[in-house]
Design a protein. Structure first.
Length: 765
C-alpha cells in the first residue's frame, strides 16, 4: 500500500508536468498562429485599401479622360457642321479647351491628307499651317477606318520637344462622305496624370505608368522604380485598340507604416506569457481537481454541442421556409401554410381567398435609387399590410416584389373590401432615409374552391387575375374568372403563333402616305405591320402588338419593320431624286435596349440612307417611363440626325416639359381630335392649340385620321404641317407605294372645302 501510495503522487506530478508542457506548447503555437493570422489580416486589409484606391483612381481617370474625348468629339462635330474654316470661332473654342485642360500641348485642325490647316498653342520647330502633320504610316489604315466609323485614334507615346512623353488624340471631322479632316490634340502624359490624380493621394501612393512598352510616368524617371514593390495595377484603353496604358500603384513607406500596428507582436508575447501562467496553474491543481475538471468540461462541451445543434436545426428549418430579407414565409413556407388553411377552412361556409400582390413599377425604384433602397421598401410593405390584416391572415413573399396574402372572411364582399383597403394603405408613401417613395400595387384574387382546389392552381389563377388588373391600368384588383383563363390561353397561343409567323415570314409591311396639307405633296410614308394568320384570317394589329409587348416579342417585330422599311427606302432612293421620309414606330422595349441608337445608325449606314429620312415614332407613355434614360437615348438619335416623332399626342400624359427638353421634331395629333373636328369646338380648340404650340417651337405637326375635305380645310387654317388618313389613301402594299412615289397620287384633286384643286403631278414626288 505504501509503495502504491508513494507512486501515485509521482505519477500525478509527471502527468502534471506533461500537461503543463503541453499547455505551454499549445499556447505558444496558438500565439504564433494568431500572430501570423493578425499579420495576414493586416496585409489583406492593406491590399483591400490599395485595391480600393486603385479602383477609385481608375474610375476617376476613366471619367476625366472620357470627358476630354467627348469635348474633342463635340469640337469635331462643330467643325463638321460649320466647316473647318471657322477662324476666330475655332480659336475661341481651342482657347477654352486648352484653358480647361492645361496639360494639352496643342490643338490642330488637319486637312483629310493630314496637312495642318489651323493650330492653337505651340508647335514643334519648323511646323506651320500647310505642313504635313507627323503621323506614323502605321496609323494610316486606322485613320481610314476611323473616317468610316467615326472612331478615335490614339498614337503611341512620343517624346515632345522638352523630352516629356505625350500621345496624340486624332478625331475625324465628319464621317464617310462628309469627312472634312481631323482634329489632333497632343496630351502631355505626366502632366495629365499629375493633374487628374487626386491631390490627397500624392503623398499616400507611388504611381508608375507604362504605355506600349514605354515608361511615361513619373517624369523625369526615378532610378530603380522598376524593382519597387507594387501593390495593385489597372489598365486604361480609351480607343479599344488592345494597346492599353498600365498603371502600377504602391504604398509609400509612411502610409504602409500607418496601416500596420504592434498588435500582432503584443498578441505573440502575451500569448506565450499566458501559456506559461496557465501551465503553472494547471500543474499546481492537477493532482487535486484533474478528474473533476475533465468530467465537468466534458459535460459542458456535450451540453453546448447539443444546444448548438438544436439551434442550427431550428435555423435551417426556418431558412428553408422563410425569406431571408423580410422574414416572411417564402414560396415553400407559403405553400405549406395555405395547405393548412385549406385543410382547416376548406369545408367552411366562409370564403377562403388567395391574393397575389405585385408592386407597380418597383423596378424603377431599384434602377434609380439602388437595390438597397428597394430591399428596405420590400421590408416596409409587410409592416404596412399588418395595419389592415388580421393576426391569423397569411402574408408571404412569392419572390421579387410579389407577395401572397391568404385570408378567411365571411363573404366575398369582405375580401374585395380588404383588397381595396390594401391598395389604399400602400398609397400613403414610404419614408426611407431622405427619400419619400410613393408606390402602388395590383392584386389578383382567387377563391377556393371555385378558382382551384390545389395551392398551385390558386396561385396560377390569382396570377392570371393580377395580369388582368395590371392590364386595366394598375393600382386596382381583379377577381379570377373562367373567362380570364380562356383569355390567358388565347394570349399564350397568339404569342406562340407570333414567333412562328416571324420565323415563317408571314408578317409584311404596308405604307400609308403622309401629305403636305397645303400642296398635297407626298412627303412621307408611315410603316405599318400586317399579319395574315396561317388559318387564313387577318389578325388586327392592335391585338398582336399588345400580345407581343406583353410577351417580349415586340423587339423582334420592331426590328423586322425597321429593316424592311429601310430596305424599301434604299430601293426608292434609286427611283427618284427626293424620296419621301419613312416613319417607323418604336416600342418601349426597343427604345430601352442597350445600344439601340448605335444599332439604328449601323442599319442606316448599311443601306446608305441619310438619317433625316428616318422618322422614329415614340408614344408619350414610352417617353415618361424613364425620363433621364430616354433623354440620353433621344439625344443620341438626334445627334445621328434622325427625326423624333411624338405619336398620339394629346391622349396620354401630354406635357410641355418634354416638348421643351426632348429633341422632338414632329408632333402627331391623335385621330380622336380629328374625327369630330368640323363639328366639335373643343376638338377645334385642342387641335388649334397643338398646331400653334408646335409652330412656335419650330416643330412640324401631322394630323392622323383625316377623312373629309372639311377636316383638311380646318387643318390648313390651323397651320398644321402634314396629314394622313383615308381622304388620301388607305395603307397600301409596297408596289402601290412605289407607284405613289413615282407620281401616281390619286388624292391630288382634293381641294379646299370639298372643291377640286388640281396640283401639278410633278410636285407629288
Amino acid at each position: 500500500m505504501s509503495t502504491t501510495a508513494g507512486r501515485l503522487p509521482t505519477m500525478r506530478r509527471r502527468r502534471g508536468l506533461w500537461l503543463a508542457g503541453l499547455i505551454v506548447l499549445t499556447g505558444c503555437l496558438g500565439a504564433v498562429l494568431l500572430f501570423h493570422a493578425l499579420q495576414s489580416a493586416e496585409r489583406a486589409a492593406m491590399e483591400r485599401h490599395v485595391h480600393g484606391l486603385a479602383s477609385f483612381i481608375e474610375a476617376d481617370l476613366s471619367r476625366d479622360l472620357q470627358e476630354q474625348i467627348n469635348a474633342q468629339q463635340r469640337m469635331a462635330t462643330r467643325l463638321a457642321l460649320g466647316g473647318i474654316d471657322q477662324g476666330e470661332l475655332w480659336e475661341n473654342n481651342a482657347e477654352l479647351f486648352l484653358r480647361h485642360y492645361p496639360y494639352y500641348r496643342k490643338l490642330a485642325v488637319l486637312e483629310p491628307d493630314l496637312t495642318v490647316h489651323a493650330v492653337r498653342s505651340g508647335l514643334p520647330p519648323g511646323l506651320a499651317p500647310g505642313d504635313r502633320y507627323p503621323v506614323d504610316a502605321d496609323y494610316h489604315p486606322r485613320l481610314e477606318q476611323a473616317v468610316e466609323r467615326g472612331e478615335l485614334v490614339i498614337t503611341r507615346p512620343e517624346h515632345l520637344p522638352d523630352g516629356a512623353p505625350g500621345i496624340t488624340f486624332i478625331t475625324p471631322i465628319g464621317q464617310g462622305e462628309a469627312h472634312a479632316g481631323f482634329l489632333a490634340a497632343v496630351l502631355v502624359i505626366p502632366d495629365s496624370i499629375q493633374a487628374m490624380l487626386p491631390a490627397m493621394l500624392h503623398d499616400e501612393l507611388r504611381l508608375r505608368a507604362v504605355h506600349r512598352g514605354r515608361e511615361v510616368y513619373p517624369f523625369p524617371a526615378v532610378d530603380g522604380i522598376e524593382s519597387r514593390q507594387w501593390d495593385a495595377e489597372f489598365t486604361l484603353d480609351p480607343d479599344d485598340d488592345e494597346e492599353s496604358m498600365t498603371f502600377m500603384l504602391g504604398l509609400t513607406d509612411e502610409s504602409r507604416a500607418q496601416l500596420t500596428s504592434v498588435l500582432p507582436n503584443v498578441v505573440l508575447v502575451s500569448g506565450m506569457l499566458l501559456s506559461c501562467l496557465f501551465a503553472l496553474v494547471a500543474w499546481l491543481g492537477i493532482n487535486a481537481a484533474a478528474q473533476t475538471r475533465v468530467l465537468a468540461d466534458s459535460n459542458r462541451r456535450l451540453e453546448s454541442e447539443v444546444h448548438e445543434r438544436e439551434q442550427a436545426e431550428e435555423t435551417l428549418a426556418f431558412l428553408a421556409t422563410h425569406d431571408s430579407l423580410t422574414g416572411l414565409p417564402n414560396r415553400t413556407g407559403s405553400t405549406e401554410r395555405i395547405e393548412q388553411l385549406i385543410r382547416r377552412h376548406g369545408d367552411d361556409d366562409r370564403q377562403l381567398a388567395l391574393m397575389f400582390l405585385d408592386l407597380d413599377q418597383f423596378k424603377d425604384i431599384n434602377d434609380s435609387l439602388g437595390h438597397q433602397i428597394g430591399d428596405r421598401l420590400l421590408c416596409e410593405v409587410p409592416r404596412r399590410l399588418a395595419g389592415v390584416l388580421r393576426e391569423q391572415d397569411l402574408v408571404g413573399r412569392h419572390g421579387g416584389d410579389e407577395f401572397l396574402i391568404a385570408v378567411v372572411r365571411d363573404s366575398r364582399d369582405q375580401v374585395e373590401q380588404l383588397a381595396g383597403n390594401i391598395l389604399r394603405t400602400l398609397d400613403g408613401g414610404f419614408a426611407i432615409d431622405d427619400h419619400r417613395l410613393f408606390i402602388s400595387a395590383s392584386i389578383g384574387i382567387a377563391f377556393y374552391p371555385d378558382s382551384g382546389r390545389s395551392v398551385a392552381d390558386l396561385i396560377q389563377n390569382a396570377d392570371t387575375a393580377l395580369f388582368k388588373a395590371k392590364h386595366a391600368g394598375r393600382n386596382q384588383f381583379a377577381v379570377f374568372t373562367r373567362e380570364m383563363f380562356a383569355q390567358a390561353q388565347h394570349r399564350l397561343n397568339l404569342s406562340r403563333d407570333i414567333r412562328h409567323a416571324l420565323e415563317d415570314g408571314d408578317f409584311r409591311v404596308v405604307y400609308q402616305p403622309i401629305v403636305d396639307v397645303d400642296s398635297l405633296e407626298l412627303v412621307g410614308l408611315e410603316t405599318l405591320l400586317r399579319w395574315q394568320h396561317q388559318k387564313g384570317y387577318m389578325v388586327p394589329p392592335q391585338e398582336f402588338i399588345r400580345v407581343a409587348e406583353e410577351t417580349g416579342v415586340i423587339g423582334r417585330l420592331g426590328q423586322f419593320a425597321l429593316d424592311q422599311a429601310l430596305s424599301d427606302l434604299a430601293r426608292w432612293q434609286e427611283l427618284v431624286d427626293r424620296p419621301p421620309w419613312i416613319a417607323v414606330n418604336v416600342s418601349g422595349a426597343q427604345a430601352h435596349e442597350s445600344g439601340f441608337a448605335e444599332q439604328v445608325s449601323v442599319m442606316l449606314h448599311q443601306y446608305r440612307i441619310a438619317p433625316a429620312l428616318l422618322h422614329l415614332e415614340i408614344t408619350e407613355e414610352v417617353l415618361i417611363e424613364n425620363l433621364l434614360r430616354n433623354r440620353r437615348m433621344l439625344q443620341k438619335l438626334d445627334e445621328i440626325g434622325m427625326r423624333i416623332v411624338v405619336d398620339d399626342f394629346g391622349v396620354g400624359y401630354s406635357s410641355l416639359a418634354y416638348l421643351k427638353n426632348f429633341p422632338i421634331s414632329v408632333v402627331k395629333i391623335d385621330r380622336s381630335f380629328v374625327r369630330e373636328l368640323p363639328t366639335d369646338p373643343e376638338d377645334q380648340a385642342i387641335t388649334r392649340t397643338i398646331c400653334g404650340l408646335a409652330h412656335e417651337l419650330g416643330m412640324r405637326t401631322v394630323a392622323e385620321g383625316v377623312e373629309s375635305p372639311e377636316q383638311l380645310e380646318l387643318l390648313r387654317r390651323y397651320r398644321c404641317s402634314h396629314a394622313q388618313g383615308f381622304l388620301f389613301s388607305r395603307p397600301v402594299e409596297r408596289a402601290e407605294a412605289e407607284a405613289m412615289i413615282r407620281g401616281d397620287c390619286r388624292w391630288l384633286d382634293v381641294g379646299e372645302s370639298g372643291d377640286k384643286r388640281r396640283i401639278d403631278p410633278g410636285q407629288a414626288h
